[in-house]
Design a protein around this ligand. Structure first.
Ligand code: LMR
Length: 330
C-alpha cells in the first residue's frame, strides 16, 4: 500500500526535523586576549549569531591560543577542524605573497589610511587571494599601528643594531629589521612574553593592546612610539565550509560580520589609546616619542625593503596602497 502524505503531515515532519536538527558548530580560535579588538569581535560575533540564529548556529570561541596557535591554526582551518580565524595579515605568507603589502614598513601613515586601502577595490580583491587554498576572506578587522619595544632606548635606527627582535612569520619583517642591523627570531604569539622575559629576544613590535594585554611592558623598559607598520587581521573561513552552509544562514552570518566589523574597526583605535595610557600609568617602561626628523630617519632606513618585495607582492598592489596616504612623502 502506498503511504499517503498529507501537506499538514509534511509540514509537521519538516518542522520537527528542524526542531531536532543539530546546530551548525562554528569554532572560532584566536591567539590574543579577550579584551582586545579581535577578542571583543569574536565574542560579539558569537552573541549576535546565537541570538539571531537560535538553535541553528553555535559559536565556540577559543582565545589565547587555547585551541590552535600561530603554528597550526591555518592548517586546522583548511582541514575544517576550526571554522573561523582572524590571523594577523603577516601570517598568510605561506598561502599568498600579496598580503605582504601590509607588512611593508612606513607604507601606511596611520590606521585611517589602512582602512581606506582595505575598502578600495585592490584591498577587497585581496580577500579572495587564497580561495584556491580553501581559505575565504570575510572581512578585515583592525587592531592598530605597531610600536617597537626593546631592552634599550632606541632613537636612531642604528640604536637597534645587534638586538634580536621577535617577529611574526614574515620575510618582510625579517628584512625590515635586517635593514637596521638587527636580527630576528620567529616566535608564536603565545610565547612572546616568555621570550622577552627570559631575554631570548630583546625586542618586539606590537600595537598597544597586545603589549598591554600580554604584559610585555613589564619586561620591555622602552617602548618607541614608531607606528612603523600595522597589525590588522583577516577574518577567514574554510571556503568549502562557508559556501556549504544553507544560503539563509550564511547571509545572516555575513550581515552579522558586517556589523561586528564596523564595531571592531570603530573601537580599535580607542582601545589602543586606552591601553597606551594604562602602560604609561604602570610606569614600567618609558614611552619614547620620536621627533618628525627621527621618525623620518627610521623611514629612510627601512624604506629599501619595499623595492625588494615589490616584484613578489605586485607593483599594482603596492602603488594602490601608497596612494591612500594623504601626506606626500619623499
Ligand atoms: C602577533 O603575533 O604579534 C600578532 O599578530 C598577534 C595578534 O593576533 O594580534
Amino acid at each position: 500500500m502506498k503511504p499517503i502524505i498529507t501537506l499538514a503531515g509534511l509540514v509537521l515532519a519538516v518542522a520537527s526535523a528542524c526542531a531536532h536538527a543539530e546546530p551548525i558548530v562554528i569554532k572560532f580560535s584566536h591567539v590574543v586576549a579577550e579584551d582586545t579588538p579581535k577578542g571583543k569581535g569574536a565574542l560579539m560575533f558569537k552573541r549576535l549569531a546565537e541570538e539571531r540564529l537560535p538553535g541553528q548556529v553555535r559559536v565556540e570561541v577559543y582565545p589565547n591560543s587555547t585551541l590552535f596557535g600561530d603554528a597550526n591554526e591555518l592548517e586546522a582551518l583548511r582541514n575544517d577542524e576550526v571554522q573561523l580565524l582572524a590571523p594577523s595579515l603577516a601570517k598568510f605568507e605561506q598561502y599568498t605573497k600579496q598580503l605582504q603589502v601590509f607588512d611593508l614598513p612606513f607604507l601606511f601613515d596611520d590606521l585611517d589610511a589602512v582602512d581606506r586601502f582595505q575598502k578600495r577595490s585592490k584591498g577587497r580583491q585581496l580577500l579572495r587571494a587564497m580561495e584556491d587554498k580553501n581559505i575565504t576572506g570575510l572581512a578585515y578587522w583592525h587592531n592598530g599601528m605597531k610600536q617597537l619595544s626593546a631592552t634599550r632606548m632606541l632613537r636612531q635606527p642604528s640604536d637597534a643594531s645587534g638586538l634580536t627582535f621577535r617577529i611574526q612569520p614574515s620575510a618582510v619583517l625579517e628584512a625590515q629589521f635586517g635593514a637596521i642591523g638587527a636580527s630576528t627570531q620567529q616566535i608564536p604569539f603565545a610565547n612572546v612574553y616568555d621570550a622577552l622575559r627570559s631575554g631570548t629576544v630583546q625586542g618586539a613590535e606590537n600595537p598597544w593592546s597586545n603589549i598591554f594585554s600580554k604584559k610585555m611592558h613589564t619586561v620591555q623598559p622602552y617602548i618607541i612610539e614608531s607606528g612603523h607598520g600595522v597589525v590588522d587581521y583577516m577574518l577567514v573561513s574554510n571556503t568549502r565550509f562557508w559556501m556549504g552552509m544553507p544560503h539563509r544562514v550564511r547571509s545572516e552570518l555575513e550581515a552579522i560580520i558586517d556589523e561586528v566589523t564596523f564595531m571592531v574597526n570603530q573601537e580599535a583605535e580607542e582601545l589602543n589609546k586606552a591601553d597606551r595610557e594604562r602602560i604609561r600609568q604602570a610606569g614600567t617602561s618609558e614611552i619614547i616619542t620620536l621627533t618628525p626628523e627621527e621618525r623620518q630617519r627610521w623611514r629612510e632606513a627601512m624604506r629599501p625593503v619595499w623595492k625588494e618585495f615589490e616584484p613578489v607582492i605586485g607593483a599594482d598592489i603596492v602603488n594602490a596602497a601608497e596612494t591612500v596616504n594623504r601626506k606626500q612623502h619623499n
